[in-house]
Design a protein around this ligand. Structure first.
Ligand SMILES: CC(C)(COP(=O)(O)OP(=O)(O)OC[C@H]1O[C@@H](n2cnc3c(N)ncnc32)[C@H](O)[C@@H]1OP(=O)(O)O)[C@@H](O)C(=O)NCCC(=O)NCCS
Length: 178
């Protein structure tokens, strides 16, 4: 009998038990798209699994921090995160980080779905009023997705990152949640 492929997609919060899959997908994202992310694959590969376990764990001191994963057929194929800022004067702000969809799952609405899930959760968190993010200049797919989600460009930092000797600017975007 032919084995049926399970293409069911589910989105859910990542938890410490997802650390292995999260770490593997994160390293893949950084290796495949070095210009898209500020973290480097080499540095991140040296961090122990415990770092990922901690990053995915709930922390009462960091209530705005979370990661959402997209699973297809039970495999983690996409993710996005939110990182709060916790000094009192900027506590109403948080930063979208690490949006990635693996090529085998790309172009099917997962990036959009991940961003909608992130925005819904962010809106449900009391005290959070504004989100920001940066996207490398010359990434029309990601920048277009963020714009369609309501993010607006407020500035561009030239020479923000240097990858293999080449400078890239970072486009800064923000979205008022309420
Ligand atoms: C950017 C990235 C996350 C997009 O993921 P994806 O799953 O391929 O994207 P989607 O299929 O959800 O969206 C693609 C398009 O459909 C739109 N879309 C999808 N579903 C939609 C819906 N239900 N309603 C409205 N628009 C929708 C998106 O806005 C986007 O528009 P475009 O075709 O004009 O580009 C992915 O290409 C990636 O991981 N890139 C490399 C890493 C990267 O650049 N990350 C961003 C770091 S800042």
């Amino acid at each position: 009998m032919q084995k049926m492929q399970d293409d069911t997609v589910t989105l859910r919060l990542l938890a410490p038990d997802d650390a292995l899959a999260y770490r593997a997908l994160r390293l893949r994202a950084l290796a495949e798209h070095p210009e898209a992310f500020t973290s480097s694959a080499g540095d991140e590969a040296e961090k122990p699994l415990a770092w990922s376990v901690q990053r995915l764990g709930a922390d009462a001191a960091r209530p705005h921090d979370f990661f959402i994963g997209a699973f297809r057929g039970g495999l983690l194929v996409g993710m996005v995160g939110l990182q709060g800022r916790y000094r009192p004067k900027e506590r109403h702000n948080a930063t979208v980080v690490g949006l990635y969809v693996a090529p085998e799952a790309a172009g099917q609405g997962l990036g959009w779905a991940l961003m909608q899930a992130l925005l819904a959760r962010a809106r449900s968190l009391p005290g959070l009023a504004q989100l920001d993010l940066t996207v490398t200049e010359g990434s029309p797919k990601a920048q277009g997705l963020y714009a369609r989600c309501g993010f607006a460009v407020w500035g561009v930092l030239p020479r923000a990152i240097r990858v293999a000797g080449r400078d890239h600017a970072k486009v800064h975007m923000a979205l008022a949640l309420r």
